[in-house]
Design a binder for this molecule. Structure first.
Ligand SMILES: NC(=O)c1ccc[n+]([C@@H]2O[C@H](COP(=O)([O-])OP(=O)(O)OC[C@H]3O[C@@H](n4cnc5c(N)ncnc54)[C@H](OP(=O)(O)O)[C@@H]3O)[C@@H](O)[C@H]2O)c1
Length: 262
């Protein structure tokens, strides 16, 4: 199937590992030109041949500076994938997030919601010129009552609404906005020795490997295993493809049935 992504210029945030790296590889496999953003490069990202741009998107001025740098040499942009999210949650995020000050909320919302708004705003003139596509990476946490950490789930729920609202606002200019919402995906978040799951295990007094094994079933994933980054990347490719012009304002769950509603 030709997704008509050959030669398209694609910007992927949070691209050095996990889902982002899978998304970079998928676009390159379709013949696209990829600019990959993270704070630090990795050997795995280097090996893809994507162009790397370093940026801290959690800083208020990070998104604008990053987009300026990406467009400085070549002003074209056909696809924006806002994948950066999650983040290094402060220790307080593992307890009761109401029991404390605003710091955890501010930090988590700034990275998971505001940074996406800022990147998209900065990239919009270029995306409008190309009648391009935006794909945001959400989370099943946005749809599961009781999902934790609550500030993360709330920020991803707000991101889903921002995506839907922007889809309405931008459709007339030819820019399509959609979301892909995974449940657990194999990534540093879960497997890294200081990733989210390892830190949660420590907070619960559990062994990391035991929690990792139990997590997919506990989260309602009917496969009983974490999804692969490639699976999420395939959904992103489809939503970014100009061969699906009617895919507008959608929020595709690729979550192994974790969200228990119709
Ligand atoms: N993994 C899952 O189970 C899962 C499930 C649902 C949704 N998601 C969503 O999927 C997306 C990717 O998650 P992941 O698990 O693949 O994450 P990950 O493995 O932790 O990778 C995160 C990526 O974002 C970059 N990043 C982190 N902080 C950044 C910052 N301040 N500025 C710029 N880049 C930054 C990281 O590189 P540097 O550290 O070098 O900056 C890395 O490239 C997130 O939006 C997450 O919420 C993940």
């Amino acid at each position: 199937m030709d997704l008509e992504l050959t030669g398209k210029r694609v910007l992927v945030t949070g691209a050095s590992k996990g889902l982002g790296l899978g998304i970079v590889r998928a676009f390159l496999g379709e013949g696209a030109e990829v600019v990959a953003v993270a704070r630090r490069g990795t050997a795995e990202l280097d090996a893809t041949g994507a162009t790397f741009v370093a940026a801290d998107l959690a800083r208020a001025d990070g998104p604008r500076r990053m987009v300026d740098a990406v467009l400085a040499g070549d002003g074209r942009l056909d696809v924006l994938v806002n994948n950066a999210g999650g983040g290094e949650l402060p220790d307080d995020a593992f307890g009761d997030t109401f029991d404390g000050d605003d710091d955890v909320w501010s930090e988590v919302v700034a990275f998971n919601l505001l940074s996406v708004v800022r990147v998209t705003r900065a990239a919009l003139p270029a995306l409008t010129a190309s009648r391009g596509a935006v794909v945001n990476i959400g989370s099943n946490s946005a749809r599961v009552p009781g999902a934790a950490p609550l500030p993360y789930a709330a920020a991803k729920a707000a991101l889903a609404m921002v995506s839907r609202g922007l889809a309405e606002r931008l459709a007339a200019s030819g820019v399509r906005v959609n979301t892909v919402s995974p449940a657990g995906v194999r990534s540093y978040t879960h497997e890294g020795p200081d990733g989210y799951t390892a830190r949660l295990a420590a907070h619960l007094g559990m062994d990391h490997a035991t929690l990792l094994e139990a997590l997919p079933r506990q989260g309602g994933m009917l496969t009983g295993r974490l999804a692969e980054p490639d699976e999420i990347a395939r959904a992103v490719l489809l939503l970014a493809s100009p061969t699906l012009p009617s895919a507008i304002g959608q929020n595709w769950s690729i979550d192994a049935g974790a969200v228990k509603t119709t």
